[in-house]
Design a protein around this ligand. Structure first.
Ligand SMILES: Nc1nc2c(c(=O)[nH]1)N[C@H]1C(S)=C(S)[C@@H](COP(=O)(O)OP(=O)(O)OC[C@H]3O[C@@H](n4cnc5c(=O)[nH]c(N)nc54)[C@H](O)[C@@H]3O)O[C@H]1N2
Ligand SMILES: Nc1nc2c(c(=O)[nH]1)N[C@H]1C(S)=C(S)[C@@H](COP(=O)(O)OP(=O)(O)OC[C@H]3O[C@@H](n4cnc5c(=O)[nH]c(N)nc54)[C@H](O)[C@@H]3O)O[C@H]1N2
Ligand code: SF4
Ligand SMILES: [Mo]
Length: 728
């Protein structure tokens, strides 16, 4: 008889509830959990593919050591830990702490075990050379929030379930299932806005799946979202639609912004944004007139040339329109496990407290921009990275100029990877430590309850038992931390407490840490035995989760500045704004071609392509080209062409389509698996090419050093040009 286990999916931010059917230690089925308090039976193809990853014969089950011939051989956990610790410690002893580096990838934000031990590991490493997916993803959002509200985790979320006007900029939630917007089934939620008489507006250089199903689509020129949004604000000022009382009461710095808006008239920025002034004016007034309205921007905006400025501008627009903290506007959740105070206590939060050695780019939330990763490995001198840890990440595919990253990784003195697979990155590792993957462990989502449209709390039990030779990610990190001389919390007193407590059976576990966060939080039982508040024990009794209601009105519950106000005009953003004021006047080159990214339903960044069901069918790693640009370049639908950027020239398959605006080409990220083919057989048969072979690590956004992954200048040639060039 199969047993049923209810569990939150940890693959993306939607946090859907799944029901697994298990026989013994095998998953025999999975389906949507109709009773889940947040997703109510919604699920996507990736969630359904979890059993295939669990059973994937190519997934690593035992530690591996790279051989002289470049292949891998199995070794024991003890040998693997001993080797990793010995080599990392030797590098540190000889070259100092900064000679060690670490890159932490996306899956870890869904992994409470790894998140709770992160402070301990970082303390044990003691390096400033920490990197993550953040600089290809959320750093502009973090830094904006840090400056505006006093915490990187004070993130406004569009109240899509109650709004009448949803202005969605640079996001494709039908496909991505939402980002910093945990709201499973965005299709249903957005259709409901229209059904109740409201409007959905998508601003994107590509007429996306979301755009095609929305009330209005606006085709913006890549990288110009700051100008578009500031022009909307300018129109609100011009029409006296600003709620000045609220602004005076809740914020500081408005005047500094208003003074600078003159450069951002709809007419003045029209050539830059590619959006005619009448449209900009109309959208601004619709936004102001709607009963409720929310502006939201995401990765298309973050990963562009002025990404932080544009992300900040979204919040300024919400403030200007009286929509921040208002029902149906852009609101702040009240999470059951609040990350903001933890980040404060562990001093993890901040921006620009230190800078990268070679190029001087700033850290954000403790991480340096990954655009400097390769140069920090390749540039000689004190502080050069020589020993490296990758943890659930694939920078060879996910970071700009991936080929350069790959070369730098191959030249390290020592590299250890904690990963499920040998892939384009981990193939360079000397040792790979594979975790038991999540299904063998408890799960709770610490990060994404901070950005959920409804406040919810859930705790999921393991689906399968952990095998004898298996270790969870956090167990691997705990052991590595210990061997590097550190303790689990990174705080000397607390670590000593756990050491002494260990004698009496008190053990540091992620569950204990999560329980403390939960019980001391807003809805917690405050450790009072008679309280009805939340604890892990209580959540275990509610396998479909507990709904804690909609987002709370106002902003005070999320402001962490001492003066309890939103600081609208932080210095780094005003400086960026002043620089930008010059650039919005530039007239774009009519022949320009700008490369942007794309996500598709059956992709999960750079992994899960080893699941046959997710790669079946037509080749999806194709370059979308507008018919006018195809004609101009002399390339044809279905044929190969040559794409050229500053850092790379390579061939790829073209699909001619009016879905992209003229002057824009689009390629999905996360492909380019040829190098991993020996170890991932399915992915190797559907390799595609990596967009980040073409993206440029030397050009970064100015406030946080974000990678510019959208709006990369490229040129397109017929494939024959390559052959001609090769022959000459
Ligand atoms: N051009 C371009 N580049 C982009 C983006 C883009 O839009 N355009 N998007 C960026 C974004 S938003 C992100 S988040 C990054 C993602 O990029 P990364 O964070 O670098 O990596 P992923 O592609 O998510 O790969 C995750 C890795 O973790 C492994 N893994 C999966 N689950 C687990 C686990 O539970 N434990 C361990 N130890 N390992 C696991 C997988 O095998 C895989 O190797 O890509 C970024 N790169
Ligand atoms: N199926 C699937 N779902 C995913 C992922 C995945 O790989 N596959 N990855 C997950 C991750 S890690 C993340 S961070 C989220 C991201 O979630 P989203 O932010 O929704 O990401 P995308 O789907 O890439 O949508 C970004 C949109 O921005 C557009 N764009 C590009 N440049 C610009 C620009 O300059 N201005 C504007 N206005 N738009 C622009 C692109 O055309 C694209 O439609 O998705 C998550 N969900
Ligand atoms: S939408 Fe995201 S959370 Fe939901 S099933 Fe798919 S991958 Fe999992
Ligand atoms: Mo991401």
């Amino acid at each position: 008889m199969a047993q049923r286990v209810h569990r939150t999916c940890s693959l993306c931010e939607a946090m859907c509830g799944l029901t697994f059917e298990v026989e013994g230690d095998r998953v025999v089925g999975v389906r949507p959990d109709e009773d889940d308090v947040l997703s109510h039976g919604f699920v996507c193809p990736k969630g359904m593919a979890i059993p295939a990853v669990q059973d994937d014969p190519d997934r690593l089950r035992t530690p591996m050591r790279r051989t002289a011939a470049g292949s891998f051989e199995p070794i024991s956990w003890e040998e693997a830990f001993a080797l990793a610790a010995e080599r990392l410690l030797a590098i540190r002893k000889q070259h100092g702490s900064d000679a060690l580096g670490i890159y932490v990838g996306n899956p870890i934000v869904h992994n409470h075990g790894a998140l709770t031990i992160r402070a301990g590991l970082m303390n044990a490493l003691g390096t400033k050379n920490a990197f993550s997916a953040g600089s290809q993803d959320t750093s502009p959002r973090f830094a904006s929030s840090y400056h505006l509200y006093g915490s990187s985790f004070s993130i406004p979320v569009p109240d899509v379930d109650r709004t009448d006007y949803f202005l969605c900029i640079g996001a494709n939630p039908y496909v991505s299932n939402g980002s910093f917007l945990t709201a499973p089934n965005m299709r249903a939620r957005m259709r409901a806005i229209v059904a109740r008489g409201g409007k959905t507006v998508i601003v994107d250089p590509r007429n996306t799946e979301t755009a095609k199903d929305s009330s209005e689509y606006i085709a913006i020129r890549p990288g110009t979202d700051a100008a578009f949004q500031l022009a909307l604000v300018q129109v609100l000022v011009e029409h006296r639609r600003i709620d000045r009382d609220w602004i005076a009461r809740e914020t500081t710095g408005w005047d500094a912004i208003e003074r600078r808006l003159g450069a951002f008239t709809p007419e003045g920025v029209a050539a830059h944004t590619g959006i005619d002034a009448a449209t900009t004016r109309r959208i601004a007034l619709e936004f102001a007139d709607a009963k409720t309205a929310a502006a939201y921007s995401r990765i298309g905006v973050c990963n562009s040339e002025f990404g932080t400025l544009a992300t900040w501008a979204t919040d300024v627009l919400n403030v200007a329109g009286g929509r921040l903290g208002a029902v149906g506007g852009s609101m702040f959740p009240t999470p059951a496990m609040d990350t903001a105070p933890v980040l404060e206590r562990t001093k993890a939060d901040g921006h620009a407290r230190w800078h990268s050695r070679v190029r001087g780019l700033p850290e954000t939330l403790g991480d340096l921009p990954a655009a400097v990763l390769a140069e920090e490995m390749a540039t000689q001198g004190s502080g050069q990275i020589r020993g490296f840890i990758t943890f659930a990440g694939n920078p060879a595919l996910s970071v700009p100029n991936g080929r350069r990253v790959s070369r730098a990784l191959s030249n390290l003195d020592f590299m250890v990877s904690i990963d499920l697979y040998v892939n384009e990155t981990t193939r360079h590792a000397d040792v790979i430590l594979p975790p038991a993957w999540g299904l063998a462990d408890d799960h709770t989502d610490i990060v994404f309850s901070n950005v959920s449209v409804r406040n919810v709390a859930r705790w999921s039990p393991p689906v399968v038992p952990q095998g004898e030779n298996e270790k969870a990610d956090w167990e691997i990190l705990l052991e590595l931390t210990r061997r590097l001389g550190g303790g689990p919390t990174g705080n000397a007193v607390l670590d000593l407490g756990f050491k002494i407590g260990g004698v009496f059976g008190l053990k540091w576990t992620p569950e204990l840490m999560a329980d403390i966060m939960l019980r001391s939080g807003t809805y917690g039982d405050k450790f009072l035995p008679w309280s009805n508040g939340l604890s892990v024990k209580k959540l275990r009794e509610h396998p479909h989760g507990i709904d804690l209601g909609p987002m709370e009105v106002g902003i005070q519950h999320r402001i962490r500045h001492k003066d309890r106000r939103a600081h609208l005009a932080p210095v780094p953003l005003l400086e960026a704004l002043d620089d930008y004021t010059e650039k919005v006047r530039d007239v774009p080159n009519p022949d320009e071609l700008l490369l942007i990214g794309r996500r598709e339903l059956r992709t999960c960044n750079s992994w899960m392509h080893n699941v046959p069901a997710l790669v079946a069918g037509r080749d999806r790693c194709v370059l979308y080209v507008h018919p006018d640009d195809a004609a101009r370049a002399g390339v044809r639908d279905g044929e190969d062409a040559l794409l050229e950027s500053r850092v790379h020239t390579g061939s790829l398959r073209v699909q001619v389509t009016e879905e992209v605006r003229p002057g824009v080409v689009s390629l999905p990220h996360g492909w380019g698996h040829a190098a991993a083919a020996p170890w991932q057989r399915v992915a190797g048969e559907h390799p595609g090419v990596s967009i980040n072979d073409w993206t440029d690590d030397e050009r970064t956004e100015t406030v946080v050093g974000q990678s510019i992954l959208n709006g990369v200048p490229v040129r397109l040639h017929p494939a024959t040009a390559h052959e001609t060039a090769a022959a000459s």
